[in-house]
Design a protein around this ligand. Sequence first.
Ligand code: ZN
Ligand code: ZN
Ligand code: FE
Length: 756
Amino acid sequence: MTTRVRLRVEGIVQGVGFRPFVHGLATGLGLTGFVGNDAQGVFVEAEGPAADVEKLVRAIKSDAPPLAVIEGISAERVEPAGDRTFVIVTSQAGGERQALISPDTATCEDCLRELFDPADRRYRYPFTNCTNCGPRFTIVTDVPYDRPFTTMSGFPMCDDCAAEYHDPTDRRFHAQPTCCPVCGPSLSLVPPAQGDPILVTAELLAAGKVVAVKGLGGYHLAADATNDPAVSALRSRKHREDKPFAVMVRDLVAGREIASISEEESVLLTCPRRPIVLLERREDSPLAVGVAPGNREIGLMLPYTPMHHLLAGAFDSPFVLTSGNVSDEPIAYHDLDARERLARIADAFLVHDRPIHMRTDDSVVRVVRGVELPLRRSRGFAPQPLRLAAPVPRPVLACGAELKHTFCLAKGSRAFVSHHIGDLENFETYRSFTEGVEHFCRLFDVRPEVVAHDLHPEYLSTKYALELADVELVGVQHHHAHIASCMADNGTAGPVIGVAFDGLGLGTDGTIWGGEFLVAELDRFDRVGHLATVPMPGGVKAIKEPWRMAAAYLGDGSPDLDVARRHGRDWERVLAVARAGVNSPLTSSAGRLFDAVAAILGVRDRINYEGQAAIELEQRADPAERGAYDAGIEGDAPFQVRGHDLVLAAAGDLRAGAGIAAIAARFHHGVARAIVSGCVAARDRTGLGTVALSGGVFQNVLLLTRTVTGLEAQGFAVLLHSRVPANDGGISLGQAAVAAALMARVRHACVPNPGH
Ligand code: ZN
Ligand code: ZN
Ligand code: FE
């Protein structure tokens, strides 16, 4: 019996080879009909014997092309039309735009084979790509996703490429960025040099030079990772004192010489997203000390463009590949700007003539307890939407916080969390935030009606929100946003016990929060407990100088401790300032608690990047140590966890001659134990058995694993992040979830109860 079905496929289904895939399936089954693209995705009509039509529908779901992400398929039976063949029809314009844009994707196996095949016309061509791989988000200038609306518009296809592009049986059918040595972009060196630019770059690296390399989402700085003077030169010229550099190696085998790599980690290293993966560094690794000072870990990534494959093949030794910028500025991506900003850092530039439209940093992930934990969600991930548990009634823009900034647009059931923007502290990053919002609104056809923002009035993201006209504003408390982010990440609406531990965020009472126990739903929260507050002597100075927090916590001065001796008269002054409460805002920040202990143990008195003291303290902790300090809990509604007890115990052990490694471990275990006690106290009051952990402090693996183990031992279900970072990079998703829930509540209240 002949049947005909009409299918609608939604998700990332354009520019990923979906139409030829359906065409191939349908003709293989002997069906007739058509497939095409429109503003919502892909539409199909297929006609033939019922069993074969069934087979087609099943295969569309199960065998979709590698880059396709199917969010939904709807099917309806229609009258047979009696077509003779199955064809790909031309794209239809119109309708509300819903089509999605794929993230940039690492070179596929087929393209790699061509790249290294001397007989192939793309042999050693650094811009080889196809429908299954290559640049996407970084080159799209407008919608619909078509070559004229990408930065490939200036490269008309040669006859050979055009023939592939128009052949439905070819891997490059409608591959918008497809090109070849005849018609596509090319590499060059600045200053110009004789020979293959890749080989010359490899020689420069071998000679200890720093080379700026234009990549997919911006410029990187490259240097021989085994060459101490080269790495030191890169550090001093970049003004980056100790923040670890990421390293690229040619393949997993080379990676295993540097770090131990588990099964899960190797999957992440080689997946099409190709993030930087944080790994445990081998003690005998050949890396220069300056690559990741004071760190037992190393961020590794594998080549993700043909150019990287060629360079890694030619250099054949690990090389640093760090963002092309000076200290905290955003990564350079415009050629003229890069040449200017990186002139004093790079000895040479390896560049190409394909413009980058969207600046996108490398993503960073790690594996904890066998599960992927995102630390920076950017290249390879953005702008793939996250699915929301419930659709938003009206379009939302969530403006994010300040550090590790992202923003988020939500429409229907989709949340588009932006690529990593950076720290919103200068004009450059602020501009990439505002331009990014405009770009996303255009690409995804969103006109925000509700705008969510942090409560902190000084954040540039808050100021931006407050200046928007004709929108409804929703202020979301920072730590509520963290917990909401974790709930949205896990697809739950709560209620949960939320533990939000981070550096700082403005509380609803005007103090600085950061060690919070909340009972939270998406649309409301109650602060049931927090770390006992301490003064931050000198305000922001105390963030940069952890020794000030040591003084604040010790209070009595503890003049016998080394940390007090190191600072002499300054120590006394800071104590007096804290006691008098002059420029010493109160905080319950967990980050500052870690800072205090790091300073007391002599790990770090001043930081060069956010979170450094805590990161180094974690690195120093002895993995074999079992002991844990105790923190008292006092008061009620909200209860207070006495962080002071942990600090005093650490200082006491230090006086008694215990080792730094043992004390650091006992402190971490003590914080984990205090979190568990706080959650038990919250459960006693509420009966809730689910805990959501969020905030940048939970990037600390030792603390995280200890806390999860402790909570599970007490019978709690624990929610962690897996799609957005626990740090402030995940805040925008939480803000969007809160705004959506508030809207739904308002709407709900207006709906008359049908039963009465
Ligand atoms: Zn490919
Ligand atoms: Zn060509
Ligand atoms: Fe935060």
